[in-house]
Design a protein around this ligand. Structure first.
Ligand SMILES: N[C@@H](CCC(=O)N[C@@H](CS)C(=O)NCC(=O)O)C(=O)O
Length: 212
């Protein structure tokens, strides 16, 4: 078994979250770009992620999928980078990382799909209601600079990515606390580096324009 780290991604996907995390921890990694219609649904990749979705990483022969899990895994695997929680940050770190992957994602995607459960059903849904999730997030980000307190951690790579995407696509309102948080986390050098790499990949993958 080697320590090789492979990122399976597409530059127009949540794979950008993982690229950002890899740049934050200073990992050496190889990128395998998958095409939505073909290689992502091919036998070789389904053996890695039977969901046929990106991103996934393989590190030292072990597969990790799900962006939030990958961020937490990399924070632990590359602990020298200091993005795993300190003991006193653990409660908030896990709480808001899981909140972002569960209630926030579900509330925002259901809302965008115009799937709104009746009042009487909100108890059945882990997120309750979309409006409740927005208020809880606003309360969190109005009260502190980062998910786990005063320090940037892997939870911010994930929560910051979620809020960044969702506000960009109009799936969350552009509350002041959300936009200030997004600006704070996106000012990091690792974020800028990762986005520049994925933007370059997108350009590379564009079919060449027909000569006129
Ligand atoms: N819960 C997964 C979501 C992964 C996901 O939905 N990826 C999308 C791209 S952003 C995908 O691969 N879609 C391809 C498909 O479903 O066919 C995670 O957090 O990693």
């Amino acid at each position: 078994m080697t320590d090789e780290l492979i990122l399976y991604t597409n530059p127009q996907s949540r794979g950008r979250i993982v690229r950002w995390m890899l740049e934050e921890v200073g990992a050496t990694y190889r990128v395998d770009v998958l095409d939505y219609a073909t290689t992502m649904k091919g036998e070789a990749y389904l053996a890695i992620n039977p969901m046929g979705k990106v991103p996934a990483i393989v590190h030292g022969g072990k597969v990790v999928t799900e962006c939030a899990a990958i961020c937490a895994y990399l924070a632990d695997a590359y602990s020298d980078a200091g993005l795993a929680p300190l003991p006193e940050e653990r409660a908030d770190y896990y709480r808001w990382m899981f909140y972002a992957a569960g209630p926030v994602e579900q509330a925002a995607t259901n809302q965008a799909a115009a799937f709104v459960a009746g009042e009487d059903k909100s108890r059945m849904f882990g997120y309750g209601t979309y409006d409740l999730v927005v208020e809880v997030l606003d309360g969190l980000l109005s009260s502190r600079p980062y998910a786990a307190g005063v320090r940037f951690t892997a939870a911010d790579v994930y929560l910051g990515s979620q809020i960044g995407w969702l506000t960009m696509f109009g799936m969350l309102p552009k509350r002041d606390s959300f936009m200030a948080y997004v600006e704070r986390v996106q000012s990091r050098e690792a974020y800028k580096r990762a986005w520049a790499m994925d933007d370059a990949l997108v350009a590379e993958l564009q079919p060449a324009a027909e000569p006129v």
